[in-house]
Design a protein around this ligand. Structure first.
Ligand SMILES: [Zn+2]
Ligand SMILES: [Zn+2]
Length: 210
């Protein structure tokens, strides 16, 4: 597996390029504004085919560049949990006026709890983790000990639950679910640096009760 990160946009959001270099299949996970093109250039340089844009949730800072992906790779499928698709159909911020427009679109398919997404021979389990947003998911690859965590879990913090579409009680249950993953699982969050499940269970105040 090869993973590349680029961080950008108004909320300093992480976008990831994940590739199975053996098969040449790849996916982009989350699409902050003006942030995805360098990752597509990495894919092009290696001759990788972007099969998917996987969206951890529908907040504007994770979806802005979706058209950049599908313009470069028209066959790439844009997948999100059904409960967050409304924010893809009617994009924008719920709490302030974005200084740019995000093109509206429907999903090509849905990320459902318990299903898996294959990127080449890499299998990612979809774990439904509502709380920060109603249709938030994380992607877990057991063979690579990797969790793409979106805005569920950060190094030393967790995603906001004071947004109009948040649910703090659901967030508690979602954090309990990911706290069950092995301690050596690398966590790649939607904001900030990577961490591990074990590190967060030791030092993240939001995981102390889990
Ligand atoms: Zn968010
Ligand atoms: Zn975010």
């Amino acid at each position: 597996m090869k993973i590349s990160t680029n961080t950008g946009g108004l909320a300093a959001t992480n976008a990831y390029l994940i590739a199975d270099e053996n098969t040449g299949e790849a996916a982009i996970i989350d699409a902050p504004q003006n942030t995805v093109l360098p990752l597509l250039n990495v894919a092009k340089h290696h001759g990788w085919n972007i099969r998917y844009l996987l969206l951890t949730h529908g907040h504007w800072d994770h979806t802005s560049d979706h058209k950049v992906v599908t313009d470069a790779y028209p066959d790439a499928k844009v997948l999100i949990h059904a409960l967050d698709e409304p924010k893809l159909i009617t994009p924008g911020s719920m709490i302030f006026s974005l200084p740019y427009k995000i093109p509206p679109r429907k999903a090509d398919g849905y990320l459902e709890d318990g299903k898996t997404i294959k990127i080449g021979n890499l299998e990612f389990q979809i774990i439904f983790t509502p709380g920060h947003s109603p249709g938030h998911v994380v992607l877990y690859c057991p063979t690579e000990s990797l969790l793409i965590a979106g805005d569920l879990l950060f190094a030393g913090a967790v995603g906001r639950t004071d947004l109009p579409d948040s649910d703090p009680a659901a967030m508690e249950i979602s954090l309990q679910r990911v706290a069950q993953l092995p301690n050596n699982t690398t966590v790649r969050p939607g904001h900030g640096p990577p961490t591990t499940i074990g590190q967060e269970k030791l030092s993240n105040p939001f995981l102390q009760s889990q």
